[in-house]
Design a protein around this ligand. Sequence first.
Ligand code: KIV
Ligand code: ZN
Length: 514
Amino acid sequence: MSKDKLVIFDTTLRDGEQSPGASMTTDEKLRLARLLEKLRVDVIEAGFAIASQGDFEAVKLVADNIKDSRVASLARASEKDIRRAGEAIAGANAGRIHTFIATSPIHMKYKLQMQPDQVLERAVESVKLARSLCDDVEFSLEDGSRSEFDFMCRITEAVIEAGARTINVPDTVGYGEPGEYGELIGRLIGSVANADKAIFSVHCHNDLGLAVANSLSAVKAGARQVECTINGLGERAGNASLEEIVMAVRTRSDLFDVETGIDTRQIVPASRLVSSITGFPVQPNKAIVGANAFAHESGIHQDGVLKHRETYEIMRAEDVGWKANRLVLGKHSGRAAVRARFDELGIQFANQEELDIAFARFKDLADKKHEIYDEDLQALVSDVRLEKAEDRYRLVDLAVTTGGGKPPRVHLVLQVDGEQCSVDCEGDGAVDAIFKGIEKLVESNSNLALYSVNAITQGSESQGEVSVRLERSGRIVNGTGADTDILQASAKAYLHALNLLLVEGRAHPQREGI
Ligand code: KIV
Ligand code: ZN
């Protein structure tokens, strides 16, 4: 018997980008959208068009370029938001306006300061307006899992009548529990008279670590769209992770009556791209995409896997994009081979200049490191971003002296607004000296909130990937830098974060009043 389709709605570019410090440039969003298209996600939520001019442009760019996935923009239930979303997705092959309003007593009373009937009226007007601009409209009952059931039924029936094709019931604050949340979705589908005219969707946050479990429970109860993100990125503790949902449904096909259209071999490349763009490392023990997800440490496990793989493995590493032999390129690889590999990784360059810079970086790296892996190429692309003409701060030179019982000393040369300047500085360790030196020249008034180093590949010649999180006046940014020399990588990451601090902030969909 054929199975129902489970629609995979990826919101890495919207809810994922709401993670503190995870902001992405327009180019990065397009690069990721292309990889999501290759992954064959059904719907890409490209952003919140009204949030800023940059967000609008990013949604439009994604909508104009992506052909195989539907492209959605989020909009609060207000005329201005919906018209802006409609404008941003007008060029899409297949577009969607995703409008929402909160339906829980606590949100209606304190945040919206509206009566339930006013909320219902606003929801219906919004869906009608959205339908006049786009024939695919999704409506979300924000904080659905804490809403009153009878009101949920009334509003759901009314917005389906007004033309919504997808009804999303978010567990906005990650409060749901799998049994209870699944039951809620099943009851809603069973109680709304016109439920057969819409697809029911879930959108779960991970505050209690239950986002995936809640989503899967809802799928068993009849939900046919899951909203999720790569690596589980998202507001606060994140959203349900796409890779876990997709692989759970596939691996336990004996329990789920649904199948997705996802090309699972693109999962690991997508995870790496999200991690390198956002500077959020993937924890080694993360399911599916963590470095240890398919590694067997204990002798008993290794022995079992060698004798018969299924003794300890429930999925094949290669099915989710881990390559048995991940060596890709070396010093003698030519431009065509490098370009082809970038293409396969879903990495595209905005112009010839960017490709030239990436190729030159590749050659430099190949001189320092014999074997270049996919991960190296992905990190290298993040670095190419730092070559942008509009960047205010750039690293020109860095020399570090340590030893002799003296504190580490750095000589640092930066380009600031096109002018070179230099400083000599000491610190409690080389990294501290570098950051102090940069601050002496730049005086950013920001606080260092996080510093982390990860080896990109195995072995001591691996590049180090550094993440630097800076906070200034409540704004958080994450900078990344990669190099075989982790001190260079640290300086690059700090400067990347400073450049990001200069980019204008955006409105937040759930924190602005309507
Ligand atoms: O978490 C949430 O409720 C959301 C909605 C806007 C869909 O992100
Ligand atoms: Zn959300």
